[in-house]
Design a protein around this ligand. Structure first.
Ligand code: SAH
Ligand code: SF4
Ligand code: F3S
Length: 439
């Protein structure tokens, strides 16, 4: 018996899918099938962050109709943020009555039970979407995908920020922090298993511990605790909210060899008017001061961002504020999105919605700019020293990855794989960074 899990959306979902895979394996489903046709159960772990993503998922579900008809024993299950969103489970079932099981984000731990109920009972469908979270479930089997030896670890779930455009607080619930001892013990076993990177996950990692009544339980102390685990590994984390990334945390990152100097710091907009309408709770000036603190303590830090263009009321001037901010910060990575109305959010009801052509024009300009900024950054990186992990041999060269995920080539070498080295960038050619090993 084989399973086929398809994941849409963010890293949170990627990791949730590792839990789904773990649970399926413990039920006797042996491995991931190459295609949906070879599978005995298909699970779509969905996302609803933008309308385009939902449309794509609907297309993917629709495409299963024939398969289900020709293979009646096949189980089709839909879970994740889209099933959790209001009205979606009913909509999925009415459009796609061949779907067997629908569940949400708050009961992904229940997959095994739901499958057993479905198989034992004579119900045609099982729909089980909990309106809210009921605590944190530890001890879920995880089948990790060892890509680049990275292991994901949840530190907090949910979000309390209610940015006016965002559906995440509605589909992931209020912020809940995991026990520090549980996180640290998970990290210990990940290190013992030989993983090289641990990536801590939360919608806002900086607010880790805010819901726990103990002032020592906070993100800075969590980082220190994990970094003190003996072993040859490094720590990453995402996402940082600019209003909560304090100098304390920046110093802990800067001072600790084991913590990667990679900070994903979504700005969303460079205009104070728009930031206010977005309910981001910081100003352009505050954001730039956080970037300055990062650069002061970690001159070589890799900083990336998310941006929304075409938020309701965004004028050409507001957009230029964003454009100029991207130019000034010289980001290493820019993820830009066109504003998408999410029903139930405040921004969906705002006046002055922006037309699609303007959004397209703005995103195009921003992506052009970010391409040229990234190219400049690559050129600027000549002479810089990176921490790299060797991942492959190709022709006569060793291929490695920097902490920030850049591909680095060490020519005419056959270095031991899955090992950290320090490397100095010597050239930038054909879109590749070429480096020499210095330790
Ligand atoms: N918790 C993270 C990321 C959340 S979702 C954070 O606070 O940054 C990932 C990104 O999707 C967001 O950073 C935002 O840029 C984008 N996004 C969220 N809602 C959106 C919407 N309605 N339309 C377009 N982009 C959106
Ligand atoms: Fe959404 Fe804002 Fe929460 Fe990020 S911080 S998940 S953008 S509400
Ligand atoms: Fe992530 Fe999409 Fe849900 S971005 S939290 S999977 S809505």
């Amino acid at each position: 018996m084989k399973y086929y899990i398809k994941t849409f959306g963010c890293q949170m979902n990627v990791h949730d899918s590792e839990k789904l895979a773990g649970m399926l394996q413990s039920l006797g489903y042996k491995e991931q099938a190459d295609t949906t046709k070879d599978a005995d159960i298909i699970v779509f772990n969905t996302c609803c962050i933008r309308d385009g993503v939902e449309q794509k998922i609907m297309g993917n579900i629709g495409a299963l109709k024939k398969l289900k008809k020709s293979k009646p024993h096949l189980i089709i299950a839909i879970c994740g943020c889209m099933s959790q969103a209001e009205g979606r489970s009913e909509m999925i079932l009415s459009k796609f009555p061949f779907v067997d099981i629908i569940f949400g984000t708050h009961n992904i731990h229940a997959l095994k039970d739901l499958i057993l109920q479905y198989q034992e009972g004579n119900r045609r469908h099982i729909i089980d979407v909990w309106p809210e979270a009921r605590g944190i479930y530890e001890d879920i089997e995880i089948s990790r995908d060892g890509l680049f030896s990275n292991a994901w670890v949840n530190i907090n779930y949910g979000c309390n920020n209610f940015c006016s455009y965002c559906i995440v607080p509605y589909v992931r619930g209020r912020e809940r922090s995991r026990n520090m001892a549980d996180i640290v013990s998970e990290c210990r076993s990940i290190v013992a298993d030989g993983y090289k990177y641990i990536t801590l996950l939360g919608q806002n990692v900086n607010s880790y511990g805010n819901d726990i009544d103990d002032e020592n339980i906070n993100f800075a102390n969590l980082l220190k605790e994990i970094a003190s685990i003996p072993g040859d590994f490094r720590i990453k984390f995402m996402t940082s909210h600019p209003k909560d990334l304090t100098l304390d945390v920046i110093k802990v990152i800067a001072e600790n060899e084991k913590i990667c100097k990679c900070i994903h710091l979504p700005v969303q907009s460079g205009s104070n008017n728009i930031l206010k309408l977005m309910n981001r709770k910081y100003t352009r000036e505050h954001y730039l001061s956080v970037v300055e603190n990062i650069r002061q303590f970690m001159p070589d830090a890799y900083i990336s961002t998310d941006i929304i263009v075409g938020f309701p009321g965004e004028t050409d001037e507001d957009f230029m504020d964003t454009y100029n901010l991207v130019k000034d910060v010289k980001y290493d990575g820019v993820f830009a999105f066109m504003f998408s109305k999410r029903s139930g959010t405040v921004a969906a009801k705002m006046d002055n919605q922006i037309d699609e052509d303007t959004k397209k024009d703005r995103i195009h300009k921003l992506l052009q700019l970010s391409k040229s900024v990234t190219k400049d950054n690559n050129k600027q990186s000549i002479g810089k020293i990176y921490n790299i992990l060797t991942i492959n041999h190709e022709d006569n060269n060793t291929i490695a990855q920097s902490d920030s995920g850049k591909t680095i080539l060490i020519e005419n070498s056959s270095l031991e794989l899955n090992k950290f080295y320090k490397a100095r960038i010597i050239r930038f050619a054909n879109n590749k960074l070429i480096a020499e090993i210095i330790n």
